[in-house]
Design a protein around this ligand. Sequence first.
Ligand SMILES: Nc1nc2c(ncn2[C@@H]2O[C@H](COP(=O)(O)OP(=O)(O)OP(=O)(O)O)[C@@H](O)[C@H]2O)c(=O)[nH]1
Ligand SMILES: [Mg+2]
Length: 374
Amino acid sequence: MSDTDQPTMTEEKKKPMVIITIGMAGAGKSTFVQRINSYLHSQNPPSPPYILNLDPAVTHVPFEPNIDIRDTINYHEVMKQYNLGPNGGILTALNLFTTKFDQVLELVEKRAETVDYVILDTPGQIEIFTWSASGAIITDAIASSLPTVVAYIIDTPRTTAPATFMSNMLYACSILYKTKLPFILVFNKTDVQPHDFAIEWMQDFEAFQTALASHAGTTDDEGEPTYMNSLMNSMSLVLDEFYKHLKAVGVSSMTGAGIKEFFNAVDASRTEYETEYLPELQHARAAREHTLQAAKNDSMDRMMKDLAVDREQNPEAAAKDTWDPAAEEEDDDDDDDLDVNIIDRSEDPWPGQYIDMTRARRRDDDGVSWPRPG
Ligand SMILES: Nc1nc2c(ncn2[C@@H]2O[C@H](COP(=O)(O)OP(=O)(O)OP(=O)(O)O)[C@@H](O)[C@H]2O)c(=O)[nH]1
Ligand SMILES: [Mg+2]
């Protein structure tokens, strides 16, 4: 029976779009997640997102996450057990959590039919997520399963100086080239500082150069441009290319301004994901499969050759060389990973039996108050 014999089905539900929020410490990622969460709840009909909190060190999040890294990993316990400082603690907590990310993905995929958006809030220290193996594993795993976009949150009032603006853009640029995912620059806190200056600098190279030249510290005592100034001039040329591939929106997570425009950009990113990211991913997968298969064939060939030589030289031992299934059964328990299970808070009943050293108790037991990094 061919597919054409089937009655025409109503259009399949689109896969949910994953929004990964990334940004410098204090840029407003968590507040932004809360704002888009409440925006989606206020839609008609409401479209509650599925939210993941990946910040193990946060004491309070302004939203109710469906999966919270803090339920699985006790960051304070990790610092104690591994003798780590705050950043090492966050990184190790994230690494431990990543070892069970397959469970997270399963839970997310289970909800794919009922939610339109999956939102990830990441740790305050940006490099922990963007330059760690676990950050890359989480990003790649989720992006190969669902359409994904990176929302790079910028603290607009703190980027009005040309040099700061440029270093923030260079960071964004490096993340774009690392993840290769659709990317939205979210200029946050526009209630305090409108973002038109940033848009102007991005669109008009000369306007940025003028701003740069008029900024203190860009000329030396003799009025000559400093090394810093020349460097930034050249860098801004590089960034000009980067800006062409970007969507930029101004929002205020405080007032809710610009959130609708943000979602327009997210919807446009879905197409970008499907036409650009996905084909590239499939291509990379096929190439990897090919290389892996070639390596497997090669080692199999070599093993067979070795065996043949061995059997020729030692026919007696070869006769005894039989497979014993009983011995195999003895150690078929290959799950020697950490015994950690991921909890979906929105699922009943609440599984309460997950206790090990990484998640012994929530932090209210010891009265220790670690300073937030950053
Ligand atoms: N005025 C204004 N303040 C904001 C806005 N968004 C966030 N904030 C404030 O910025 C501060 C940091 O916000 P968070 O949401 O905690 O930022 P974050 O990026 O999650 O911070 P970390 O996770 O600690 O890196 C808080 O005091 C927020 O109230 C905004 O749109 N306007
Ligand atoms: Mg936060």
